[in-house]
Structure formats: structure tokens, C-alpha cells
Design a protein around this ligand. Sequence first.
Ligand code: SF4
Length: 75
Amino acid sequence: MIKIVHHRNKCIGCNACVEAAPKRWGISRRDGKAVLVNGIEKKGIYTIDLQDWELEENLKAKQNCPVKIIEIIKL
Ligand code: SF4
């Protein structure tokens, strides 16, 4: 299992995470920032626990994020 952490308030809406992992990330029509699909929000930070098969494309999302606000933790 892995945990993804998204510090959404610093997102600049560049779309790089969506391009890397389109099933897990989207862009909000409301504020133009990234949305971690099915993520759970706590104080503006979104998290989700996922199976390992989602690791590779989300690692690319993390690496491509220009403001480095995506964390991936191995559980
Ligand atoms: S790559 Fe980073 S800054 Fe760009 S939309 Fe995704 S979370 Fe936001």
C-alpha cells in the first residue's frame, strides 16, 4: 500500500499530475487546482491510501509537480 498526500493550497494548476496519472488526478472547474480523486481532506491537505499498482504513475506525478506538493509514503 502507498499513501498520497496533496498539499492542495499551494497547487498552481499546471496539469502535470493529471498527465502522469489521469485516473487519480483531475483539475477542478471551480478553482483550477488539482483534485486528488477520492482523497480525504483534513485542514486543506488531501490524502488517500492506494494499492501498489498505482505507485508508478503517481511517482511520475510527484516528480513532475513543479511546486513539489505531492508526497508518496510507502505503508
Ligand atoms: S503537478 Fe502539482 S502544481 Fe501541477 S496541478 Fe498537479 S499538484 Fe498542482
